[in-house]
Design a protein around this ligand. Structure first.
Ligand code: ZN
Length: 387
């Protein structure tokens, strides 16, 4: 790989700068010769958080602090692409085109309202650029090793860089686009940030059954994203068709896996929606995120709900009462042992040898109250199992 160190003034870099509001990215610089956001770059993030970061870029220039190195990739046709520095150049370009203000003596100033000497200072500030030329894989490998200032690439951003191509470009236009009207709806079920590729990552995870990288590799040259889009849509529509009500606890669940496991099972939407409402309100359910999987699985696995257990004081009171009665009647204090014919029929178990059990199972409406609590020997409690 060949590299060459060059200097450009900020005015040169931002000449011909266009900011695309729709796609939220800076497009060109150096009079059109530079592409600021090639497809393997990511969304512009410096405007987030009230633009703190883009303002900091301009303040650094005004104070003549170094802004660090920029890295460009020189293409065979002579054009340049930004490898590293997209966020900084976009901040500069946006400021020079009056897209935001910086504070000076407690007043906000857009670029063209600044005193002329400050405008000149910004325009004439030189930026150091490494221009490099190499094969696609050399460039990409290198791109993976340099960290964009302040915000390291996350896993999906890195995969987008490595498997860049028509597939990633199309997928990002749908799943990494905060202007997409569907995002609001999707965010009921998908956690994270569109711009940081969390929605794209989720869609890929669902369609690939967890093999995101393999899927991107196999589809990187595809010119459509039909399968990805259709599968994602199917999963969301399936969830909506089963649970009529939406809860905060639904956000970020492994819906792709649940879809794979249960989408062939028929459900009665009215019944399951009503059950969900009951369980979400039940104070015994400690893990409300588990309610949906519990219901999809036919209410079989109560472990998903982390149901509230009897507290120690309750267990002790029940133990004492049961043991006193057992002594009087000359039988075991475990009611199940007492009914049997084995040697344990009259055994009095110690408190630590016994466990609390719901007389009427929780899953059949039995409450976690003292009246519904009985102590069983460990063997019988475990044999009774998780009803
Ligand atoms: Zn027993």
């Amino acid at each position: 790989m060949e590299t060459e160190l060059k200097q450009y003034s900020i005015a040169e870099l931002c000449d011909g700068f266009v900011y695309n509001e729709l796609e939220e990215k800076g497009l060109y610089g150096l009079s059109g010769k530079l592409t600021i956001q090639p497809e393997y770059q990511r969304n512009y993030l410096y405007a987030e958080d009230n633009g703190k970061k883009e303002v900091a870029v301009i303040e650094s220039v005004l104070k003549q602090y170094p802004l660090g190195l920029l890295y460009f990739n020189r293409l065979p046709n002579g054009r340049l692409e930004v490898l590293d520095g997209q966020q900084r150049i976009t901040s500069l370009g946006r400021f020079l085109t009056d897209k935001f203000s910086v504070m000076s003596n407690d007043l906000p100033y857009r670029f063209h309202a600044l005193p002329k000497d400050q405008q000149k200072l910004i325009e004439k500030t030189k930026m150091l650029v490494y221009e490099c030329e190499g094969t696609e894989s050399e460039i990409k490998q290198w791109f993976q090793t340099i960290n964009i200032a302040g915000i390291p690439l996350n896993e999906q951003e890195e995969l987008n860089a490595v498997y860049s191509g028509p597939f990633v470009t199309k997928a990002r236009a749908v799943f990494s686009n905060s202007r997409n009207a569907n995002v609001q709806k999707w965010s009921a079920y998908v956690r994270g940030s569109v711009k940081r590729q969390d929605f794209l990552n989720t869609a890929l995870d669902w369609v690939s059954h967890g093999e995101v990288e393999e899927y991107m590799q196999a589809h990187r040259h595809d010119t459509d994203i039909e399968e990805l889009q259709a599968h994602f849509g199917d999963v969301i529509a399936w969830v909506e068709s089963i649970f009529a009500d939406c809860y905060n606890e639904m956000c970020g669940l492994k819906w792709g896996v649940l879809y794979d496991d249960y989408h062939d099972t028929p459900y009665d939407q009215k019944k399951i929606t009503a059950r969900a409402a009951e369980l979400m309100d039940d104070p015994c359910v400690r893990n409300r995120k588990g309610v949906f999987e519990y219901l999809l699985g036919g209410e079989a696995d109560t472990r998903l709900l982390d149901v509230r257990v009897f507290d120690d004081a309750t267990k002790r009171r029940v133990y004492r009462k049961q043991t006193a009665e057992a002594r009087t009647n000359g039988v075991s204090n475990c009611p199940l042992c007492a009914m049997g014919h084995e040697a344990n029929r009259t055994k009095l178990w110690g408190e630590r040898e016994m466990e609390a059990d719901h007389v009427s199972a929780w899953s059949r409406g039995g409450a976690t109250t003292e009246e519904n609590c009985q102590m069983l020997c460990k063997t019988h409690n475990r044999a009774k199992g998780n009803r």
